[in-house]
Structures are given as structure tokens and as C-alpha cells.
Write a protein that binds this ligand. Structure first.
Ligand code: HEM
Length: 163
């Protein structure tokens, strides 16, 4: 019971944190990012990718992420109809290493282009965020390390959620 309370508290705390970060990034965006580049989370530590376990750690996390996504009936139909899980695991492993500060070239479409025709709602986006936290638990990523990645991905919400 106590564990459940702690988990709810942590989820509420992280949701608030993400909102604040997202607002800060949006504010910074207007002045500092005139060419539409996607800024990364300003609080990212220099060794964030290493803390995540490098490429192998990110790959294990992405596999766990898709495990939970495909179990979630709120969103799995979207991935079944429009996605290709193997391709998405490959490309997300690149992307997530990049947002954690790794010197990795992401070879997929922009987040805007990849999701433009999917009509994704905020509720669906949040279901993916939930799967992301569950993936951290599954691969035993420490909470603070997990939060760095999820906070770095949060600004993509602005281009992924279109409905
Ligand atoms: C921060 C959150 C997200 C990230 C980082 C992300 C990342 C990606 C990446 C890397 C791709 C591959 C692009 C390519 O094929 O070139 C992709 C495609 C896709 N994403 Fe996301 N995504 C996110 C959120 C979502 C959400 C919320 C949904 C649906 C609920 C979703 C559904 C899809 C689908 C169906 C595709 C395949 C599109 C296609 O191949 O035409 N994504 N995403």
C-alpha cells in the first residue's frame, strides 16, 4: 500500500516536473531556436547516456517500452495499423541515444513528419509516457536517470500531438 502511494506520488511529481520543463523549453524556444531545431532538456548531465547503460541500455529500454505499448489497448491498435515495431525499436534506439547526448546519427523521419497523419491525442501521448516509466522499472533504470530521458523527450509532445 505504501509502495503504491509512493509510486502515485512519484508519477504526480514527474508529471508536474515535465510540465514545468516543457514550459521552460517552450519559453526558451521562442528566443533561442529560431530555425525550428528541437532543444534538449537543459538539465541533462554530461554522462546521461553512460548512466543509461550506453547503447545496450537504451536498446533494452526501447524493447521494454514497446512491450508495454503493445500491451496497452488504448494505443496498441495505432502501432499495429501504422507502425513497424522492429523499425521503430531500431530508430528509437538511435533517437534516444541522441537526445541523451550521444554522438549518434538518427536516420528516421522527423517527429513531426512521422506522426503528422496519425491524429494522436494527449491521452495517447501520455499512455506512451506511462509505458516509458514502466519500461524503466522493467530494466531497473534508476528513477533520476529515467527522468532525464523522459524529460528530454517531453518537448516532442508539441509536434506529435495533433488532435
Ligand atoms: C516522445 C514520444 C515519441 C517518440 C520519441 C516517438 C518516436 C518515433 C520514431 C523514432 C518513429 C520512427 C520514424 C520513422 O519511421 O522514420 C516513430 C514512428 C511512429 N510513431 Fe512515434 N514516437 C513518440 C510518440 C508516439 C505516440 C504517442 C504514438 C501513438 C500513440 C506514436 C506512434 C507512432 C507510429 C504509429 C509510428 C509509425 C509511423 C509510420 O511508419 O508511418 N508515437 N515514432
Amino acid at each position: 500500500m505504501k509502495l503504491l502511494n509512493l509510486r502515485s506520488y512519484l508519477m504526480l511529481f514527474s508529471a508536474t516536473l515535465l510540465m514545468v520543463i516543457s514550459m521552460q523549453v517552450q519559453a526558451a524556444d521562442k528566443n533561442a531556436m529560431p530555425h525550428g531545431q528541437m532543444p534538449t532538456y537543459p538539465g541533462l548531465s554530461a554522462d546521461a547516456l553512460e548512466e543509461f547503460g550506453g547503447e545496450a541500455g537504451v536498446h533494452a529500454w526501447v524493447e521494454a517500452l514497446f512491450h508495454y505499448i503493445m500491451l496497452d489497448t488504448r494505443i496498441n491498435h495505432i502501432f499495429r495499423e501504422f507502425g513497424n515495431v522492429d523499425r521503430q525499436i531500431f530508430l528509437n534506439t538511435q533517437l534516444e541515444q541522441m537526445v541523451l547526448g550521444g554522438n549518434v546519427e538518427y536516420q528516421g523521419a522527423s517527429m513531426e513528419a512521422a506522426h503528422a497523419d496519425l491524429g494522436i491525442t494527449l491521452t495517447e501521448f501520455n499512455a506512451v509516457v506511462e509505458a516509458a516509466y514502466n519500461a524503466c522499472e522493467r530494466v531497473n533504470t534508476p528513477y533520476s536517470v529515467c527522468n532525464q530521458l523522459i524529460a528530454a523527450l517531453a518537448p516532442f509532445e508539441r509536434v506529435i500531438v495533433t488532435r
